[in-house]
Write a protein that binds this ligand. Structure first.
Ligand code: A2P
Length: 259
């Protein structure tokens, strides 16, 4: 049996010239936990061209969703640019990843720090009732260069609060805090700087980060992941992983980077 399922593209949404989301059919046997990633790809010259992508859809949805950055000379993402409804893509039968709540100890507040398409795994995390049963407050911090890059804001603030399954949780427990660094916006600055200065906490009305009560997931560029990790370690946070739950977990966003 092949390690991949053949799926069909159901919709494509271009947020900007660089950012695209698409949904596909989902083989009923495909299982994943919120926050995990899988390998997806296109068959090109009869050879599969595969990359890891976080699952942005909830584990209970009957379609899969992916959020990707398009890199002009990226072998796969340059082709994703032309993706259209009805196209076939291949999706691994397996999902994995460290950004799952089981890799975190119990705590009061869950911080989800995502920059760029590093938001993707957290979209499934915030649509999962288990997240809200485990944590009292869930703070989703999305950092981007530009306002136009703040994809999914409308879904998070508009649709999610009235969702049949997680609407009540989202209304009372989810704090969405988008911030940009290269435009004027209501929230400006790098997430790491907002944490270090304490501005974030006065803005979202939660106490400063404390390893005793807070748990953190990080996903973004290698530089963001490195700096956010340093910041947390300096505050006494311990990194967790499979079989060793602790106070924070991290993963680099899956992007074909040319910088
Ligand atoms: P900045 O505009 O100051 O570089 P990218 O698209 O490069 O992944 O960046 C997404 C967001 O993450 C941007 O707002 C960017 O800020 C920010 N960022 C990039 N590197 C870091 C870092 N090392 N620490 C904190 N934020 C970062």
């Amino acid at each position: 049996m092949s390690n991949f399922n053949q799926e069909r593209v159901l919709s494509v949404h271009h947020w900007t010239d660089n950012l695209v989301s698409f949904t596909t059919t989902r083989d009923p046997s495909f299982r994943f936990r919120s926050g995990e990633f899988t390998m997806i790809g296109l068959t090109f010259d009869e050879r599969p061209l595969l990359r890891a992508y976080s699952l942005a859809s909830a584990h209970y949805e009957d379609r899969l969703e992916f959020f990707a950055i398009k890199v002009p000379d990226g072998p796969l993402t340059s082709r994703l640019q032309q993706l259209k409804e009805g196209d076939e893509i291949i999706v691994s039968r397996k999902a994995t990843g460290t950004l799952v709540i089981d890799n975190l100890e119990y705590g009061r507040n869950l911080y989800l720090i995502g920059t760029g398409t590093g938001l993707a795994p957290f979209l499934s995390v915030i649509k999962d009732p288990a997240t809200y049963l485990r944590f009292k407050n869930v703070a989703l911090l999305h950092g981007c260069r530009r306002i136009e890059d703040l994809a999914y804001g409308e879904m998070i603030t508009g649709k999610l609060p009235s969702d049949e399954l997680v609407g009540d949780f989202a209304r009372y427990q989810l704090i969405y805090h988008p911030t940009v660094t290269r435009d004027r916006f209501c929230n400006c600055g790098r997430i790491t700087d907002l944490i270090a200065s304490g501005k974030l906490f006065s803005d979202i009305e939660l106490p400063e980060l404390d390893p005793q009560h807070d748990r953190v997931m990080i996903c973004g560029s290698p530089a963001l992941v490195r700096d956010a990790r340093e910041l947390l370690v300096a505050k006494g946070f311990i990194e967790g992983n499979h079989g060793q739950p602790a106070q924070f977990v991290l993963e680099k966003e899956f992007a074909e980077r040319n910088n």
